[in-house]
Every structure is written in structure tokens, then in C-alpha cells.
Write a protein that binds this ligand. Structure first.
Ligand SMILES: C[S@@+](CC[C@H](N)C(=O)[O-])C[C@H]1O[C@@H](n2cnc3c(N)ncnc32)[C@H](O)[C@@H]1O
Length: 252
């Protein structure tokens, strides 16, 4: 199934190539998506493993996932007022979330994601969208999340908590040089912190990154799979491709 949101750096266009690189499903019994975002890889399968974990350090995103999982109907009710309106978008953006319930916060964040340009949650994106269809879809998403553990941790702590020989970590960190999109959450030195952490795990990992010299250096010795996707957001030229790397801790 599809994710229920768009997200900066979301892997919608690469999900097929990434899924092809996951090991055989009977080789792992816990699947952990460390940098969750819109969870395109998680949602691409009905079930990855008996234990599935979705994590993201972004508290508003985490609250949205928990509310979709546990309270889809009250959230749908809260979203009945949702319009595709510039005024409403900026009212929500400037609203103080202090004192709001989790369901109200989730509705506000859903509105900011759905109605912003490129899901940046800051600028109003002018386009026609079937909002009602997106709201109806939340019930299906809730069923998919039924047995998924939703976590809100920094990656290092999460990896240490779930690491076992039978674990598979899928990691999609902020791109090298794109840390500015995740202020307070991911700093340039965190690429090295992640590399160090992955160097000592017992489980397997699959990592996706932008293809650049610094990442090739950092993960030297691991198998690299080169892939590319349409660079559709920034460039109007649809033939321009954006190069990415899939890095794995195993060779089969
Ligand atoms: C490139 S996006 C992931 C996109 C996702 N794979 C998808 O398909 O939508 C990176 C995510 O990492 C999260 N993040 C940033 N710093 C983090 C940290 N220190 N620990 C855990 N998550 C973090 C961000 O909030 C963001 O949602």
C-alpha cells in the first residue's frame, strides 16, 4: 500500500529498488525502520517481519502516527473541517500547540503536510487535491499499523535497543549536505556517528543515501548499489536523474 503522507526525502520513487535489496524474509524476524518519515518502505509490504518498528525523532510526526494507529475515527472527525485553503493553512501553521489534545495536534500536522509545497510544512502548495480521499484512507493505514511499534528516539538509542542477530534495520538518514532540513535533529557530524554505530551491530542493515564522495568514503568496503530516480521536485526537466546509493551490510 502507499503511505498516507508525502515527506521530504520520502522514498516513494525508489521503493521498488530498495525492496529488491532486502534479504529473504526468513532471514530476519524483526524489521526496524530507523528514520521513518512517510514510511514508504514499511508500507510497501503487508508485513516485513513478526516484529516491525517505525521510528522518527520528529515528535509531531510521531504523534500523528500514534493517533492514526489508535484513534483513526476521532482523527477523521477532527479533519471534517479540512479545506484546501491558504487562510486555514497559515492559521494552523501559526497556532500554538500548547493545550491542544493529541488528536487536535495530529489533525493540525496532517493539514500542514498535505497542504504544503513538497510537504515542507511551511509554504502553502497551490494544487487540487482530493482531501476527503486522503482522510478516508486513514482507517486502512490504522489497520496496517496495528502491530507496528511506534518509537520516537534518536537513531543511536533506537538501534542499541532493537539490535539482535535476527534484526534488519532499514535506514534512510537525511542526505549528506541536507542536514539543514532537520535542524536540532541531525547535524553534519551525525553521519559519522551513524557509521560508527552501524559498524558494531549484530543485525543486518540496508542504508539509502545520496551518491556523493563523502558517503562513498565513509562506507568504503561495504557493497554499493547505484540507483537513480527522477529529480522531480527541484527541476522542471523530467529527464534529469538524481543519483542515490543503497549500501548493505551483506552480499546476498
Ligand atoms: C529522509 S527522511 C526519511 C524518509 C522516509 N524513508 C520516507 O520514505 O518517507 C529522514 C527522517 O529522519 C528523521 N530524523 C532526523 N534526525 C533523526 C535522528 N537523529 N534520529 C531519528 N530520526 C531522525 C527526520 O525527522 C526525517 O523524517
Amino acid at each position: 500500500m502507499n503511505s498516507f503522507i508525502s515527506w521530504i526525502g520520502g522514498k516513494k520513487l525508489l521503493r521498488k529498488q530498495i525492496l529488491e535489496q532486502l534479504p529473504d524474509q526468513n532471514l530476519y524476524s524483526r524489521y526496524i525502520e530507523v528514520f521513518g518519515g512517510a514510511g514508504w518502505i514499511l508500507f510497501s509490504k503487508d508485513k516485513h517481519a513478526p516484529l516491525e518498528v517505525f521510528n522518527d525523532v520528529n515528535g509531531e510526526l510521531n504523534n500523528l502516527y500514534r493517533v492514526v494507529k489508535y484513534h483513526p475515527e476521532p482523527l477523521q472527525k477532527e479533519l471534517e473541517w479540512l479545506l484546501m485553503s491558504r487562510e486555514q493553512f497559515f492559521d494552523e501553521l501559526n497556532r500554538n500547540i500548547r493545550g491542544m489534545t493529541d488528536i487536535q495536534r495530529a489533525a493540525r500536522f496532517f493539514c500542514l503536510i498535505r497542504e504544503s509545497f513538497g510537504a515542507d510544512c511551511r509554504s502553502f502548495g497551490v494544487r487540487s487535491r482530493d482531501i476527503q480521499k486522503a482522510v478516508n484512507y486513514l482507517k486502512e493505514v490504522s489497520c496496517r499499523l496495528n502491530k507496528v511499534v511506534i518509537e520516537n528516539q534518536d537513531f543511536e538509542r533506537l538501534i542499541k535497543t532493537y539490535d539482535r542477530p535476527d534484526a534488519l534495520f532499514y535506514l534512510d538518514p537525511p542526505y549528506y549536505d541536507a542536514e539543514k532540513y532537520y535542524p536540532d535533529r541531525f547535524n553534519p557530524e551525525d553521519h559519522e556517528r551513524l557509521r560508527k554505530c552501524l559498524g558494531s551491530i549484530k543485525g543486518k542493515f540496508v542504508l539509502s543515501y545520496n551518491d556523493c564522495q563523502q558517503i562513498r568514503e565513509l562506507y568504503k568496503g561495504y557493497p554499493f548499489i547505484e540507483v537513480d530516480r527522477m529529480d522531480n521536485l527541484v527541476n522542471k526537466d523530467k529527464s534529469r536523474r538524481y543519483k542515490e546509493l543503497i549500501i548493505k551490510s551483506y552480499t546476498f
